[in-house]
Write a protein that binds this ligand. Structure first.
Ligand code: AMP
Length: 363
């Protein structure tokens, strides 16, 4: 029998979930207020606001289970779903991911190392945080920050007024600035009956705050056991069902958690061609309580995001070991329009291709 998954949000993550569903005999249906969003290529879109009671009821009526593709789904919206609707990942995961103070406190409680942090609701709080944590500090909004937006680096005390004002004055968090060597992400999945699976650590490079290039496996064998332990603690504590991504800094061969996303993640897009089972398929398997798929590598994998434009000449993006994914979005500066996955037998070859792509995309 065809299983039906209702997805709140119909962006590119929804699109890729919908495509993954086809091979599993799973029909995805979406809720999104936008006109012709990317996921329309993968299934029916119910055009309503995310918190529309009517829209949520219509989605629930057509779904066996509900999930979401972005972490800023209003928690109140989930409460509007008809009684008995199954929603995965659980609302507790959203609540923790939506507020950086709550999130970092959870990490601390689970003994997942984090940079020092303090709540900031005034310039005085920031002064105190600087006394206790030292400078520089990264000041961030507690809610609704993404891709490096909603944050400012405070290098000395003369930066403080501007930083606090620019970020709205209150509901902020001060974090110790981490002089990291690199950034990695750990992606794991847990099914409704508790089966877990992990992908190898992915190494990520950002440009202007937006993910630019990912490589997997990250050259970090010694860090893999700690990353798995941390992600497993989160999955268990949150009674989590679905795919979860944990972003970490590597500093002096230690991992420090930055944030987690209760959803499939941009740094896991390489899994579509680079893993035996993609993160998208495993998310659907997890929430439908099917056995999880194998997460072994199919080679040395990488991914380049296509931001702002996709070159007219697509030949280099979609041949040999390059696989182009075009989300069908209108070009706009800073907008993620697609990505290219690279899978190669050799790490050196993969890196050469990634470099060539990055040069071509920046020319
Ligand atoms: P975030 O929105 O928290 O994911 O931060 C976006 C980017 O800012 C991260 O990927 C890092 O490159 C940088 N960043 C965030 N927090 C810190 C920190 N505490 N120390 C150093 N860099 C940071």
């Amino acid at each position: 029998m065809v299983k039906r998954v209702g997805i709140i949000g119909a962006g590119q993550l929804g699109q890729m979930l919908g495509f993954a569903g086809r091979n599993l005999g799973v029909e995805c249906i979406f809720l999104d207020p936008g006109d012709n969003p990317p996921a329309a290529a993968a299934g029916k879109v119910l055009q309503y606001a995310f918190d529309s009671e009517e829209g949520l009821a219509a989605l629930a009526a057509r779904s066996d289970v509900i999930t979401y593709e972005f972490e800023n789904v209003p928690v109140d919206a989930l409460a509007k779903l008809p009684a008995g609707t199954v929603v995965y990942p659980p609302a507790a995961a959203l609540e923790h991911a939506q507020d950086r103070m709550v999130e970092k406190t959870l990490f601390e409680n689970l003994q997942i190392p984090v940079p020092g942090f303090r709540p900031v609701d005034s310039r005085e709080d920031l002064e105190k945080a600087a006394d206790e944590l030292g400078l520089p500090i990264v000041l961030k909004t507690r809610r609704l920050g993404y891709d490096g937006k909603g944050q400012a680096v405070v290098r000395d005390r003369t930066d403080m007024d501007d930083a606090v004002d620019a970020l709205g004055g209150s509901d902020l968090i001060a974090e110790q600035w981490v002089p990291f060597d690199r950034e990695v992400s750990a992606i794991g999945a847990r099914s409704a009956s508790g089966e877990v699976a992990f992908y190898p650590l992915t190494q990520n490079e950002h440009k202007d705050g937006i993910l630019s290039v990912s490589r997997a496996p990250a050259d970090a064998d010694l860090l893999e056991p700690s990353a798995r332990l941390y992600i497993e603690r989160l999955l268990t504590q949150l009674d989590y069902v679905g795919v979860l991504a944990l972003e970490l800094f590597v500093a002096d061969d230690r991992l420090l958690a930055n944030e987690f996303a209760p959803r499939v993640h941009n740094s896991g897009h390489w899994t579509i061609e680079g893993s035996e089972t993609s993160q998208f398929e495993n998310h659907l398997r997890a929430i439908l309580d099917m056995p999880l798929g194998a997460t072994g590598m199919r080679g040395e994998a990488g991914m380049v995001n296509l931001i702002g434009r996709i070159p007219d000449d697509r030949s280099a993006l979609d041949s040999g070991c390059c696989h182009l994914h075009d989300y069908g979005k209108a070009p706009r500066p800073g907008r993620k329009l697609g990505h290219v996955t690279v899978v190669s037998e050799e790490r050196d070859e993969r890196d050469q291709i990634l470099e060539k792509l990055a040069n071509q995309l920046n020319s």
